[in-house]
Design a protein around this ligand. Sequence first.
Ligand SMILES: Cc1cc2nc3c(=O)[nH]c(=O)nc-3n(C[C@H](O)[C@H](O)[C@H](O)COP(=O)(O)O)c2cc1C
Ligand code: SF4
Length: 678
Amino acid sequence: MSNDPLLQPYKLKHLTLRNRIMITSHEPAYPEDGMPKERYRAYHVERAKAGVALTMTAGSASVAQDSPPVFNNILAWKDEVVGWMKQLVDECHDHGAAVMIQLTHLGRRTRWDKADWLPVVAPSHEREAAHRAFPKRMEDWDMARIIGDFADAAERMKAAGVDGIELEAYGHLLEQFWSPLTNDLEAPYGGSLENRLRFTLDVLGAIRARCGADFIVGLRYTGDQDLPGGMTRAEGMSISQRLKASGLVDFLNVVKGHIDTDPGLTDLIPIQGMRNAPHLDFAGEIRAATGFPTFHAAKIPDVATARYAIASGKLDMVGLTRAHMADPHIVRKIVEGREDDIRPCVGANYCLDRIYQGGMAFCLHNPATGREATMPQTIPPATRQKRITIVGAGPAGMEAARVAAERGHAVTVFEAADRPGGQIRLTAQDERRREMISIIAWRQAQCEKHGIAFRFNTYAEAEDVLATKPDEVIVATGGLPHTEVLSEGNDLVVSAWDILSGDVKPGRNVLIFDDAGDHAALQAADLISATGAAVEIVTPDRSFAPEIMAMNLVPYMRNLQGRDTTFTVTWRLISVVRDGNQLRATLGSDYGDVTRARLVDQVVVNHGTRPLDELYFALKPASSNLGEVDYKALTTGGTQAVARNAEGQFRLFRIGDAVSARNTHAAIYDALRLVKDL
Ligand SMILES: Cc1cc2nc3c(=O)[nH]c(=O)nc-3n(C[C@H](O)[C@H](O)[C@H](O)COP(=O)(O)O)c2cc1C
Ligand code: SF4
């Protein structure tokens, strides 16, 4: 047996967990009609098969009708959940993984204009900044009802055969009782810490009465709200001790901080550029002080840090949650001594940011995650080897190369630059976003293991491609910034890429026109304002940077708000003219016939990219499919079989931004779903 600390079994009550690696609760927003159906099951089963010891399913599964989902959560208050959960649990058990589920009442952390339009409840009228609902202050019958709802939901989960449950306290109703900021009730549920903890102990007591002493029940909570006027570290420690003394809880799953604002949430669940494992020592302190089985996750991004967390005795179970979204096969790869093959989580947080926008959680660079029912996490070999030529080694081209290599094809990759990366390389020049380069580096390493021939410094023309005698050609040449959007003065502006690449020096007084709303504009603003320059970011949208989303915005704002920067929404750049040694920019509005002028020394335009598609159109007439893609086959996993030109010797496809400006996930997904069937 291995002596790797991570691979040692762990006994929690009567339950033996096969190793120390768990997936903490995270709602990927995959439920259908509030139920964990096929997509949901396939997602967890993939990870169970690969060896994870414990998967904490759901994320904030709702126990009550007046806790409507904020991001498509499981509705644990419906009886039909039992059958769906049972299927999921049984299948994961078949593969040796334990399954638990996180239950909650969101309290004020939701909205009233959802589901049944019931008022949101909390132990005070204080509203949560992130979800904006002004809550009803709870009455005695609300408390009795919700205590019963928790017990009912726990009983349903026991009937579904789960190995245990976890109650989500932090930021949700249970913690809203704990914190002086959100509880202004009278005794017995408000006032002293003992009173503020009473509701939680009543809930736990009701669950125990219904499910028995043997049923495993844990609590996920913050041991320090880290918020002025909030629950302090000393109170958190006292709560930990009281939970232990109650005898009602079997494990603690510790976090640190608060989630009522986007910055708070981002400190609790750090993203790229932020410190790794920032709360690990804190979790270890709680374990040392209480002797409780302690679980924890927060940007423990790699196996070495996870191993340290266990070996040092800070944790009993270590959560690798986003890491498992990026690579579901972490445990298998550790067991097989293939840690180098683990696809790294780069902290891009596309997964989490999407669910707060109403989308499903998808990993920026693993498009098979959440699509396990249709997309392979391991690529099966092809029945016939082909020659595949790929042009462009950005994220789309590199994924195409990786997948083609895994299929066993003979692959040639042309790239104009001296190394791979495309737009990602530009992004990763920013120290804060350096982790992004692993998207490319991992693929390059995988390709090199398969002996793929890269031809760098080669701007491939049609003849170069044809000289490789390809069966399939994939054009992944990306795009170039499109800045010609003005009625006058297009020659006077620079692109955000010019700034990011260092090709153009930042000005002193700069207007950035952001009509794409993605990272490039704010990354340029960050870089320019860091020099001490004044920067105004102008957008025609009604809020700025909509594509960046909530948690990804936080590091930008932390930098920009401390500098000479302003945001102007609902205005559009119309023209730029020279005015002495300055530039006069005219802004207009989609809302009316109004203009405003700005005098600056540099104008930066961020308006997406236009495809670099000359090569594609040069090759198109000679291809057998004339570049046509069968979308039905593409989206259902069928074989591409379009034949339009009997003379054609090869098929031609283009992917990623070479088709139209999208994002990294779209580019990589284009590549995976096409090439997996070639
Ligand atoms: C898509 C997504 C949804 C999440 N939803 C929940 C949730 O509902 N409840 C919860 O306690 N934590 C939730 N989390 C937080 C994770 O459990 C975990 O604490 C966090 O991702 C940090 O761990 P990691 O760095 O290993 O990913 C969510 C995380 C993600 C990525
Ligand atoms: S989207 Fe980013 S943070 Fe989320 S799992 Fe993928 S790499 Fe990790």
